[in-house]
Structure formats: C-alpha cells, structure tokens
Ligand binder design. Structure first.
Ligand SMILES: *Cc1c(COP(=O)(O)O)cnc(C)c1O
Length: 387
C-alpha cells in the first residue's frame, strides 16, 4: 500500500473484527489505493478521463456499444427513463419485490409505478402477469434481475414489441449475469447498473447506463450535466441534473472491473458450496436457477418453509445473529406498501406472491471473502436449528 495512505489508516488491531460474518464486504486492494492517490495528486478530481475509461471498459465487459457513467444506480434509472422519453402520467411496470429505487426513479421521471406479481421460484417478474397490467398509458417495463438472476427476457421483450413499449433492465444487482449466452447490458433497449458499496462491483457510490443506442447515451450524457449540449459549453438543451461521477471514484471502478470475473466466480462457488449442505435440509429451499440463466449471486437467497423446518424465517435470523452471522432480508416489505407509493391505490393483498415471499426469504453471506469453513459453520447452525 502507498505509504501516504498507510499513515491515514488506523492500526490493524482496531480494524480487526471478532468472528462475525457480514452479509457484504467490499474488497479493495493496494493497487486501487495507489490509483486513487494518483488521481488525487493529478488535480483532476471531477468527471474526466477516468470516467471515460470506465465507460469504455464497462461497455466492453457487457458486450454493449455505449455506456454513460453517473453517480448512483438511482441516477442511472432516472436518466434511462429520461432517455426513453418517460413523461408525466406515463405508466411504467416493474416488480413489487425490489429496492425502492426501481419505483422512486419512475416517480422522479413523473411517471406512475405499476406492478406485476413475481414468480415465487425465481423471485423475478412473471411475464404472464405483466400483460394484463398494460394500459394505453403504459410506456415501459423495468424488469429487475433480482439477486443477480436474469429475468425471462425473451418473453418480456416480445410483450414489449407487441405493445410498443421500451424495456429498461434494472441490472443494479446483476453485473456479469447472462441469459441465453448473452451478458446483461445487451438484452434490451437499455440497462442500468449500480456501483454502490455492497454491489458485485463498487465505486462506493456510483452507477451507469449501458445501451446499443447512441441517441439514448448522448441524451444521458447531457442529462447528467444540467442538459448541457455535448458540443457547446453553457448551451442547455433541456432540464438536467448533476449526476456526474468523480474521477476519484471512477478509478476505483476500473480496478474493481479487473477483478469482477474472479469475484463472480467466487460467489458462484460459494453458492454451490451452500447448496451442497442446505439442499439436504427439509424446509429450506435453495436458489432456483432456470436453464440458460447464469446467476451471479449478488445475494444467495433461501426460502424457509416454517411448517416443514419448524422455526420461522425470523427465528432463524435471530439464531444466526446469536452466532455472529448477519443474514439479510431483501426486501422485508414489497414496495407497493410504502406510503408514497400506496397513494396510487395499492394495498396489501394486491401482489400475494411478492408479499408471501418477503416473509420467508433470507439472504446468507456469499461475498468473495466468505470462507468455506464459514459456509460450513452457517450450514451447521441452520441444520441444528431445525425442529
Ligand atoms: C442498489 C439498487 C438500486 C439503486 O442503486 P444506488 O446506487 O443505491 O442508487 C436500484 N435497483 C436495485 C435493484 C438495486 O439493488
């Protein structure tokens, strides 16, 4: 590690944690620290060459033509909705089981979030449930590749063609995931990613939009900089925001991207290792991966069937916690029940599968730093707690 940086860090003893296992842990190496220092010393702190380089590398990684980097996944969603022309009163269909940003971005663009229920096995939007939510006002669908598993994109894209809708993939949890041999980022009109600290690759805060449509990406590059023309400074074509990422953070993304494939493989082998133990425990359902989908395990999410397992999901979470294991729930409340979204007329009971699933799911630590002996320990706790 660079000496200048070492002096800024607390002594190792204080950084050392006890035996707890957390659900997320970003890994930053000394090369990353050196690169950040280089940017700091260069004096070019805001959006510059490093942002451009990250855009080139990330679009290459996705096998897509273009990329625009912004300062969060939420900004990426808002920008993508702007690019496809979502306006006040337009309806956009998404999943009720996702991070709130998927719906908040629709509101930010002036649209109305509409939900279709999920498939209880994949946790993703059920294509069959989308069609009867389509009205004359529907303009787009946002499938969310939840936990790192791609949605049924052929079915969703064909619905979009039939009703002349745009498709924005919320790939915030799915960097590197694949569907029928194709990487996320080139499966629909436009795809958005998050580089938040817990995601499969990070810049601390950050995000990007990927597309094969140059027009969309140029619009987003204006939108992230107050609508300023890409040719002429201080010439504004439309309302925009400050959604720029700094070069300080972009350089972290460039380093993270170099390790992404290796980190995904680690997540996948951790998931397989969990499967080898947990699939034998009655009442525990391990993640389902349909044929032709490659899961990148942003989360490793199991279902607890209380009738068979004996204890409830919440009891199991407490038991894990007592043993120093921090499992997560993504997400404990389907988003149609949030107060600012409920006002559109949604109520408990509208999306029964998402509501049921949110009460039985549990995500176990699967990040690249989790060791096999830790997985064994976690599996042991789960097995012993069955009654
Ligand atoms: C993280 C996430 C977002 C938002 O990304 P931020 O970078 O936190 O703004 C949106 N959608 C999903 C599904 C996410 O997981």
């Amino acid at each position: 590690m660079a000496d200048d940086l070492k002096s800024l860090l607390p002594p190792m003893k204080r950084m050392k944690k006890n035996n707890t296992i957390h659900n997320a842990k970003p890994v930053l190496d000394s090369q990353t620290c050196n690169q950040v220092l280089k940017v700091l010393k260069s004096g070019q702190l805001t959006q510059g060459k490093m942002v451009e380089k990250l855009e080139d590398r990330f679009s290459q990684f996705c096998n897509a033509r273009y990329c625009a980097v912004v300062n969060s996944g939420t900004a990426a969603l808002h920008s993508a909705l702007y690019a496809i022309g979502i306006k006040h009163g337009d309806e956009v269909i998404t999943s009720p089981l996702t991070f709130i940003a998927s719906a908040n971005a629709i509101l930010m663009a002036g649209g109305k979030p509409v939900f279709a229920d999920i498939d209880g096995k994949t946790f993703n939007l059920e294509p069959k449930k989308i069609e009867n939510k389509i009205t004359a006002k529907t303009k787009a669908i946002i499938p969310v590749h939840l936990y790192g598993l791609t949605c049924d994109m052929d079915e969703i894209n064909s619905l979009a063609r039939k009703y002349k809708l745009k498709v924005i993939e919320d790939a915030c949890q799915a960097h590197g995931a694949e569907y029928k041999g194709k990487k996320v980022g080139s499966l629909s009109d436009i795809a958005v990613f998050s580089f938040y600290a817990t995601k499969n690759m990070t810049t601390g805060e950050g995000g990007c939009v990927v597309s094969n449509n140059l027009n969309y990406i140029e619009k987003i590059k204006m939108f992230r900089h107050h609508g300023q023309s890409l040719q002429k400074r201080y010439y504004y074509k439309d309302l925009g925001y400050n959604y720029r990422l700094t070069d300080i953070l972009a350089v972290i993304g460039i380093e993270q991207l170099k390790k992404l494939k290796q980190n995904i493989e680690k997540r996948q082998s951790n998931a397989q290792f969990y499967n080898s133990f947990l699939s034998k425990i009655a009442g525990i359902q391990t993640p389902f991966v349909p044929k032709n989908h490659i899961h990148v395990y942003h989360q490793y999410t199991i279902k607890v069937n209380q009738k068979v397992y004996g204890n409830s999901r919440d009891e199991l979470i407490n038991e894990l916690k007592k043993n120093g294991v921090f499992a997560g729930i993504y997400y404990p409340h389907p988003i149609h029940t949030a107060p600012h979204i409920k006002v559109f007329g949604y109520k408990v009971g509208d999306y029964p599968i998402a509501e049921k699933i949110s009460q039985v799911i549990l995500s176990l630590p699967v990040h690249p730093s989790v060791k096999q002996y830790e997985i064994k320990k976690i599996a042991n706790i789960i097995e012993k707690f069955r009654c």
